[in-house]
Design a protein around this ligand. Structure first.
Ligand code: AMP
Length: 451
């Protein structure tokens, strides 16, 4: 199958070729033709499968004709998190570069004034998180009656984050004649109900679950006492050819503490969690993408759906509470044909979580002995560190004198979190700054069903 067979315009084909894509991914091959025929779609696919282009590309062609009016967006894409929304906007810019469509991004954490101005001018495509959209709607800044195209992306995450009532409300404000596309990695009953209620005779397209199909990820679990986790992590980072790694923790305080400690210990580490404002999250992500730092400590929340390529290792410093999150986390590595390593730390309280991951993925996770990990390389104080070997990702250690003066420098820390941490990211509705989970999953896998 070629892109040229899908019915897209020449301008789009050119943009796709410029993006360097040779062939459509299975979800694109299945979804684009019916979307162009104005059919409703349920896409069961995860991030990493190329699903964004499967709705963005046909939308651009559909919207190419027609004009936007003030405060009346012509199409709406709902995303669970700001980062995902920003990523979809980037996709629109990339694929829509030969078109003249206007776009606005409505996300929390950035000034409302500019967003309102953009809406006043009229937009063809509105990309929004439900919270900010409802806020502006209630202030009378948006009229939904001109919106003929709706995308609900990552619907199961929306459910986890308590956004379904907002989505129901938004759907009921849109014209009933609209075209609707719903994407979700899984189809729990409330999402099925949502699609029954708001989609019209949808065509279902599904690509297989990456965790079961993707054999390019070398997965293992290591039993470890909670207090020994950091030592074990350093052993892995020092000895196992780690180029870039995402270290997932379940709590944002843990992300913060671990990152801070790793920096003190000489690692080029950054962090991304729900307590950071939008611009710091994106700035940190840019530092990781550009290679300025090679380790990113992350909460599921902030990392959800981010397209970070070429991560050699994912370490689950904490085993995720939800098995779906495991699939999304490990999907950061081994993407688009590359191989990757995913290591999960398991304490003696985590058996239940291991069981549910194994049940969901249908595989038994190989257990590695913690002794198989060489101990961390001793840095700093006693022995001088030899020239930095390729796999040694720690910063050159300062001399003892430098260490002493560095200690005097106050550490730049995030504000102390006084709120108690949530036990589970799926409980209740959470604020957009504390939204959701994590991310993508490998791509370009077999298309399985075409119901
Ligand atoms: P997504 O699932 O939309 O997050 O896409 C995952 C990654 O796949 C993104 O980096 C896209 O740029 C890339 N991608 C999307 N479609 C294709 C394609 N047909 N060929 C190669 N890469 C693609």
């Amino acid at each position: 199958m070629k892109f040229a067979d899908l019915g897209l315009s020449d301008e789009l084909l050119k943009a796709v070729a410029d993006a360097g894509y040779d062939a459509p991914t299975p979800i694109q091959a299945q979804a684009i033709p019916p979307v162009l025929m104005m059919k409703d779609i349920i896409g069961i696919a995860q991030t990493g499968t190329g699903k964004t282009a499967s709705f963005v590309l046909p939308m651009i062609d559909i919207l190419a004709h027609g004009r936007s009016r003030a405060r009346m967006p012509r199409s709406l894409i709902l995303e669970p998190t700001r980062e995902l929304a920003a990523q979809v906007a980037e996709n629109f810019e990339k694929y829509g570069k030969n078109h003249n469509l206007s776009m606005a991004l409505l996300i929390g954490g950035v000034s409302m004034g500019d967003q309102i101005k953009a809406l006043e001018k009229g937009v063809d495509v509105l990309i929004a998180t439900p919270g900010r959209l409802m806020d502006l709607f209630e202030r009378g800044r948006i009229l939904m009656s001109g919106c003929e195209l709706l995308v609900i992306d990552e619907a199961d995450r929306m459910l986890d984050m308590g956004f379904i009532p907002d989505i129901e409300q938004i759907c009921s404000k849109l014209p009933t004649t609209r075209q609707t596309m719903l994407f979700s990695a899984t189809m729990p009953p409330p999402i099925k109900k949502l699609s029954d209620q708001f989609l019209n005779n949808p065509k279902s397209v599904e690509v297989s679950r990456p965790a079961t199909a993707n054999t390019s990820i070398d997965q293992s679990i290591i039993h470890v006492a909670p207090k020994a986790k950091r030592k074990l992590l350093y052993g892995i980072l020092d000895n196992e050819g780690v180029d870039t790694a995402i270290i997932f923790c379940n709590r944002k305080t843990e992300v913060r503490d671990l990152c801070q400690q790793m920096r003190k210990d000489g690692f080029d580490a950054g962090q991304i969690h729900g307590d950071m404002d939008q611009s710091s999250r994106l700035a940190e992500l840019d530092r990781f993408k550009s290679g300025e730092i090679n380790i990113l400590c992350a909460s599921d929340v902030a990392a959800r759906g981010l397209d970070i390529k070429g991560v050699s290792h994912v370490v689950n410093y904490d085993i995720p509470w939800h098995p779906d999150d495991y699939i999304h986390r490990i999907g950061r590595t081994g993407r688009a044909g590359a191989t990757g390593v995913a290591i999960t730390f398991v304490t003696n309280r985590d058996d239940e979580h291991v069981d549910s991951i194994q049940k969901l993925t249908g595989t038994k996770l190989p257990v590695r002995d913690s002794k198989s990990v060489k101990p961390e390389k001793k840095q700093g104080s006693k022995k001088p560190v030899p020239d930095k070997p390729k796999s040694d990702k720690r910063k050159k250690q300062p001399s003892d004198d430098q260490q002493i003066s560095a200690k005097k420098r106050p550490e730049k820390t995030a504000k102390k979190d006084t709120k108690s941490e949530k036990q589970s990211p799926t409980q209740d509705r959470v604020d957009e700054t504390d939204d959701g989970w994590n991310g993508p999953v490998p791509g370009f896998l077999d298309a399985k069903l075409d119901r």
